[in-house]
Each structure stands twice: as C-alpha cells, then as structure tokens.
Design a protein around this ligand. Structure first.
Ligand code: V47
Length: 389
C-alpha cells in the first residue's frame, strides 16, 4: 500500500521546479539554423523566451529538437520514466459548456447522456480488485443541476470503495462551475472537496488560453486567467495539480507558446504543478470534424518544446491514449518522462475517434519503457517511487 499522503506539496519535487541547469548539448546534432541560438542559450543555462519557443514550435529539425529536449529531460529526471496504476472515472457527460472540440458532452436527457450516482461510481471503482490502484482520476462535466454535496459524496464513496487510491479529481473548470452553482468562492469549494478526500487535481480544461481560440471554440468555458488562478489557489492549499494544452485545431504556434509561457509564469508564482500533458486533438464526432489529426512531427515538436519552455515543471507526460503507444514511447526521447498509466477505461478521446486501447496493463507499460532503454518507475500521484527496493 502506498505511504500516507501528506497535503504538503511533494517536497522531493522542489528541486525539479527550479529552472534548467546549463545543458550538455552537442551542437552538431542541431541542423536548423533557427535552433542554434536556442541551443546556445540552453548550454549557458539561460531561460528561453517566446522567440525561442516559436523557433522550436516551427522547427522541422526533429533530431535537433530531440537532442535539446532530451538533454533537458536528462537534467530533470535522468533515465527514469514514470507510470501509475490508475483508473479514470467520468461521473457524467452532461455539460452546459458545449465546447466545439469535445465529442463527449451530451444535453441533459439527450441520447447517451448519463450521470453516475456516488454509489454507481464507487461500484466502478471497486472493479478489478487485483489492480493495485494508486490513483483514481475523476473528471466529468459542468452539469447544470448538481450541487457541491453530490461531489463531496462522490469523493467519500470512491474513498470508501478504494481507500488505497489517491483521489485526483476535478479540473479548474469544474471547480469554477461548482462555485458558481453553489454561490461560494472557488477556494471554499476546494476546501470542502479536500475535507471530503480530494488530494490532487488533473490538468484538463486548459485547452489553449488565447481569448481568440476560446471565443471560437469554448465561449462558455472558464477563461484562461481563471483556470490559472484556480490552479494557484489549489497550490496555496497544498493540492498538487497538473496542466494541459489541447493542440492541433485552430491555434497558431504563437498561441501555443503563449499558453506554455503563461503556465511557466503561474508555476513561478505558485509552484504546485506536477506535470504538463500535451493533448493531441482528435476531431471525429466534434464540431471540427473536417480537421486532420495531428502529425507525428507536430506531436513530438509540442512535447519537446514543452519540456524546454516549461523549465520549472517537474514532469512531462506522453499520454499514450492520444499519441498511441508507439509514438508515446518515442516521445520519451523528446522530453517526456511519464506515460500516465493503466487508465482502464478512457472515454473522452474514444468518443472523439481514438483507436488506441481503452486501458493498458502494467506489463505493457513497463515493456514500452524498458525496450526504449529507460528505467521504469511505478509511482503514486505525488511522483514518489513505489518500486520495490
Ligand atoms: O479537458 C476534449 C481534452 C481533456 C478532446 O492531469 C480532447 O494527469 C483531444 O485532461 N481530442 C481530458 N482532447 C484529458 C485530460 C488528461 C488526460 C490525462 C492525464 C491528465 C492529468 C489529464 O481532453 C479535456 C480536454 O482538454 N479534450 N476533447 C478531443 N476531441
């Protein structure tokens, strides 16, 4: 069983929230002239700026990008590659936000709409008793009816069903919605959820912070500023959280870079982000169904640029559900040091056409890591190793 979780932000991560040290880079590996000044800055230990981010985000020099990002990955995490025995649970798909990029949401009472009662969610959590679950990853929607009591009850029921698992639940977007429904502050919502067992938060709902993109794709959703502020409030209360960026739709390279720099700035202020997860857009069954899927070059370039710009983020995830296991494995050489986990039942990307499996076994995860030459580290939600000594 994992050790008892403290509410203090993972102390072992403090060094990892510092910027990058001077990196050991072989300049001969970088062929894109636009990346040479970036390589020189990294070799000196200088922080990258928006111009550097844009050069990375636009580069087609895959080997150069990999060389730079891998040097940063080695400095942060060595050859360790993390994974977690986790299960995702989506308590409802009934959502009033109607985001154009999302295939998961349903109208209340519409075909396919569902809401799990706390007891039903607990029964789902209790499935697979053999899985030594470290984490329940719980997200849903902005449900127009539910009050805060439902969410507290949900957490208590899940904790009773799987006491060994850390409850990582609710995005800043959901927290904002709960606060509006309840007529209380987001800090108060967080405190009440923590009293009911909340220990960490996932990073969804960030999308792209650009007001232009949000106005077009998700006008009803929490603003980027609020998303960042609520993450900061969570950090101040001792809750570690994650961050994401949904890329591969209508955003520009400059908007991606702005998003990453806004996350870096928030991390400088509040220090509680554990991991960044680039999310590759899946267009099927969404309002953007005419768009093509992201390419391998773009997936690796976003991963590498994230590792290099987010110098104060301890971890970068290669989310195998969206990248596919093979590209996620390759991404370990482009800055990523975490494959997320077993997941068991992924729904959001699968309603948008993902063809990957809905879950993966621990053996499969370890095989992906070791066959790429990395060291697998089974972790808890706070990146503490659960490997047997
Ligand atoms: O919030 C929605 C995005 C997110 C689509 O924190 C889509 O550890 C692709 O946040 N194509 C959910 N993406 C996933 C997520 C996540 C995943 C794994 C780990 C963690 C973590 C967080 O997926 C949503 C939204 O931003 N999304 N629709 C789509 N069509």
């Amino acid at each position: 069983m994992p050790p008892t979780v403290s509410t203090a932000l993972a102390g072992s991560e403090n060094a990892n929230t510092q910027g990058l040290p001077p990196l050991d880079i072989d300049p001969r590996l970088v062929s894109d002239p636009a990346l040479r000044p970036v390589a020189a800055k990294l070799a000196q230990g200088d922080r990258l700026d928006a111009g550097d981010g844009l050069a990375l985000m636009n580069s087609k020099d895959l080997l150069g990008l990999g060389a730079l990002a891998h040097a940063a990955r080695l400095a942060k995490n060595g050859m360790a590659t993390y994974y977690v025995l986790n299960r995702q649970i989506n308590y409802s798909n009934v959502c009033g936000n109607r985001c154009t990029f999302c295939a998961f949401w349903r109208e209340q009472g519409g075909e396919g709409a569902y809401l799990l009662s706390p007891q039903e969610a607990a029964s789902v959590a209790a499935e697979h008793p053999d899985l030594d679950l470290a984490e329940l990853h719980v997200v849903g929607s902005c449900h127009p009816q539910l009050g805060l009591d439902y969410y507290c009850e949900l957490l208590r029921a899940l904790a009773a069903a799987r006491p060994e698992a850390t409850l990582k639940a609710f995005t800043p977007v959901e927290i904002e919605h709960f606060a509006r429904k309840e007529g209380i502050s987001t800090t108060e919502v967080l405190e009440r959820l923590m009293a009911a067992g909340l220990k960490a938060m996932p990073g969804g709902g960030a999308e792209v912070f650009s007001p232009r993109v949000r106005a077009e794709l998700c006008p009803s959703k929490t603003s980027g500023e609020r998303w960042l502020a609520i993450s900061g409030q969570a950090h101040a209360l001792g809750l570690p959280t994650n961050a994401t960026m949904l890329y591969g739709h209508i955003e520009t390279p400059a908007e991606r870079v702005e998003h990453l720099l806004a996350l870096r700035e928030q991390q400088d202020l509040s220090g509680g982000f554990s991991a960044f997860i680039p999310l590759a857009f899946h267009p099927e069954n969404t309002g953007l169904g005419e768009l093509a899927r992201t390419t391998g070059l773009d997936d690796l370039r976003v991963t590498a640029t994230s590792r290099l710009l987010l110098d104060n983020f301890p971890h970068i995830k290669a989310y195998w559900v969206m990248l596919g296991p093979k590209l996620a494995q390759v991404a370990l050489n482009f800055g990523a040091d975490d494959l997320d986990g077993t997941i068991v039942e992924e729904r959001i990307t699968h309603t948008a056409g993902a063809t990957t499996a809905k879950g993966m076994t621990e053996e499969e995860l370890r095989h992906l890591i070791t066959s790429a030459g990395f060291t697998p580290v089974r972790r808890d939600s706070f990146y503490r190793s659960l490997e047997q000594e």
